[in-house]
Design a binder for this molecule. Sequence first.
Ligand code: PHE
Length: 476
Amino acid sequence: MAGSREQFRSRLGFILAAAGSAVGIGNLVGFPVNAAKNGGAAFLLIYALFVVFLCLPVMMAEMSLGRKTQRNPLGAYKAIGGEDSRWNFGGWLALVTPFMIAVFYQVLTVWLLGYFIGAVSGNLDAMAQPGYFNEFINGNGVFMYLFILTLLIGIILNSGVQNGIERLAKVLMPSLVIMLLALTTFVLTLPNAFLGVEYYLVPDFSKIGPEVVSNALSQAFFSLSLGMGILITYGSYVSHKESISGGAKMVAVVDTSVAFFAGLLILPAIFVFNPLTNPEELSTSSVSLVFTFLPKIFLSMQDTLGYIGANLFASAFFLLVFFAALTSQVSILQVPISAFQDELKYSRKKSVIALGITSLLLVLACTVSFGRIEFFTQFLNYGGADKSFFDLVYDIFYDTILPLNGFIVCLFVAYKWRLSKLDEEMAIGDPKFLGSFTHRYVNFALGTFIPVVLLGVFVNTVCIKFLGFSLIGALG
Ligand code: PHE
């Protein structure tokens, strides 16, 4: 709709909304699994270095692009790309990517809701059985949860940036932090927990090879919601009184701290369950960790907490991850909504309905791709295996494409928009920016080694996922 663009009400609101986007399943589950398998604190260190030196500049570039153009990602690329329509490709990618990530993320969020309700209803013993997950995802309950969740998200998004997204983040983010700290503190009091802490915090650099380094970068990129058009869109709602550099740094600190504490919750919990566990043997998939492994761990807590206590603990954990997923999900869906509003001049309500219907169809295709419908279950064959429709969406949009999008953002900002224009934008609301270390570093890195590294990681991931060999592995 025409009229002035919405804005976040306050600096805190903007930071909480952006942190709400960043903190998600990636931090609470993806990070601990990666750290457990890849040398604990050694992985953490590499991850943190990537966050500071590679991801932060990209985050600032995305936010600045959004604030400068006051548009969704497609509009932003068009506004600055001008006549040169080659850049529209970047804009389309930055629109299709969040839409498709939202599709698989919705599937995971539905499962989290179902597991939360399961634990609240005292079903933990059933949930810890080996066949439960499969039955659950192929049962009819998922359709009900999907319906409830779609409605809930539709209502939030229809309430707008200030009254929907910002208000939600202001309530859920503090609750999430309190729950995370409470659960972590509690786990640390259980027997054998310190074995997990030791495993997590004593670095093992022998695990660090080229593959692990590349994983750490992909993990950091996903976790900070980069390459998804989200921060361009959120940037377009930031007032000119705010410092982009300060906001981006706060978001990175919150996001990395949550990942750190999630490690301090999950690894010790694994050792409480079985002091002889070797976390390296965990599956790499966050999905199998959350939905098949953790319920067993929570059930084992009944020895200390009683059955009801164990169910309560599990409920709190699933609620925590559900909250994190919900704030991420609304952020990513706001990207296509803002595109509908800016490009097609749809009203907010019409945008929400149009998006709700299109994404629901794709989510349903994913939901039936776990065995219910043959066509979607064995959708393609690549990388040496049969893949479902869900696998395809996951492999392309979770694992592969983000570094490519980041690479394009860097080139666009450094060589089309120009770094001097970026500086001008970043200086607005931030009188100390020009001449600061951040300024000089971002200016140097964004047009030089950051895009090179991102392109390298993208090409290597394509080789691994789709062609069955590793470029970096071959070098390493
Ligand atoms: N940063 C989010 C996470 O860690 C990634 C994400 C954002 C996923 C938005 C979906 C939507 O889970």
